[in-house]
Design a protein around this ligand. Structure first.
Ligand code: IPM
Ligand code: MG
Length: 354
């Protein structure tokens, strides 16, 4: 029996997590998988109910589970709270740090049916298939920050800090992933300026001889942003620092049609966390308009990485591809000539196609 902690969170998180659970409940018995679900509060929902964005009981439930499925956190209602109460920082970063989730994996794959949904030219994005490994518990997000008075005015600072061991462990995951794919690893940094990037580059390079079947390249992050839209087919596996990865994966999501399609897995600790890469979209929350596919695809990653159920994971992914190929679209990926459906109906179709 696998225990799954459900953390719907805020905004559309409340709609899309239950949809992904419907898919999991439908597919589990077909593959002899036994799942048990328990729900907990996180983000703004937890602030409203209990006064804190990451309650102790939520963290405890997560630690005692086999995997976590999260929706999204945050919204305008909580944007003006002091920083230790902000859902994004306190809840999301708190979960990542407490659970030791040092790598965030975001697969970026262009499904043929979605070629027209991307804002980029078809011939550029056709065939895109890459994985971005983003460092998740270090770097600019977790370094010392603060404010100080200098020469009579306020100064604010954030610091990017990396230890060799933090770089090594994500780099190894990247090398291994590349071995199982097309054998290409691109390490992204800003080594022409930043000392933490120079250590990053040195450390990754030192590991390369252990993986002779992987072709390692290095790229500056600004160039990488440009190359991702210029010629995305050149990328297989990317590894990069926390903040660089945050920015590059939003950019890369458009290579797969929409950020509403981008799933993610945060791993490294005992329990992994699976969540869509998009936010809580308060503007469309509760309207049955949200695209549930990133969360459904995150549930597939959960089956693959947390439970080792490759066949069930692949079945969900195939069903999503088929549903899109049949012309069904949520508003975010709609193009004329397709059939527009809501959150609920999209999930019904995915379940029907499994
Ligand atoms: C993401 C999100 C988060 C991040 C925010 C909500 C804190 O943008 O998962 O990419 O920056 O890590
Ligand atoms: Mg982000």
């Amino acid at each position: 029996m696998a225990k799954i902690a459900l953390l719907p969170g805020d905004g559309i998180g409340q709609e899309i997590v239950p949809q992904a659970v419907r898919v999991l409940k439908h597919i589990a018995p077909k593959y002899g998988i036994e799942l048990e679900f328990a729900e907990a509060l996180v983000g703004g929902a937890a602030i409203d109910a209990l006064g804190v964005p990451l309650p102790d009981e939520t963290l405890k439930l997560c630690q005692q589970s086999d995997a976590i499925l999260l929706g999204a956190v945050g919204g305008p209602k909580w944007d003006t709270l002091p920083v230790h109460l902000r859902p994004e920082g306190a809840a999301l970063l708190g979960l990542r740090k407490n659970l030791g989730l040092f790598t965030n994996i975001r697969p970026v794959k262009m499904l043929p049916a979605l070629l027209k949904a991307s804002t980029l030219k078809e011939e550029i994005v056709n065939g895109v298939d890459m994985m971005v490994f983003r460092e998740l518990t270090g770097g600019l997000y977790f370094g010392e920050r603060g404010r100080r008075e200098v020469n009579g005015e306020t100064q604010a600072f954030d610091t990017m800090v990396y230890a060799t061991s933090e770089i090594e462990r994500i780099a190894r995951l990247g090398f291994v992933a590349a071995q199982g794919r097309r054998g290409k690893l691109c390490s992204v940094d800003k080594a022409n300026i930043l000392e933490s990037s120079r250590l990053w580059r040195e450390t990754v390079s030192k590991l390369a001889p252990e993986y002779p079947d992987v072709e390692l390249t290095h790229m500056y992050v600004d160039n990488c942003a440009m190359q991702l839209v210029r010629q995305p087919l050149q990328f297989d596996v990317i590894i990069t620092e926390n903040m660089f990865g945050d920015i590059l994966t939003d950019l890369a999501s458009m290579l797969s049609g929409s950020i509403g399609m981008l799933a993610s897995a945060s791993i490294g600790g005992k329990v992994g966390l699976y969540e869509p890469a998009h936010g809580s979209a308060p503007d469309i929350a509760g309207m049955n308009k949200a695209n549930p596919l990133a969360t459904i695809l995150s549930a597939a990653l959960l089956l693959r990485y947390a439970l080792g159920q490759e066949q069930a994971a692949a079945a969900i992914e195939a069903s999503v591809a088929q549903t899109l190929a049949q012309g069904y679209r949520t508003p975010d990926i709609y193009v004329s000539g397709c059939k527009q459906v809501g959150t609920q109906e999209m999930t019904d179709l995915v379940i029907k196609n499994v």
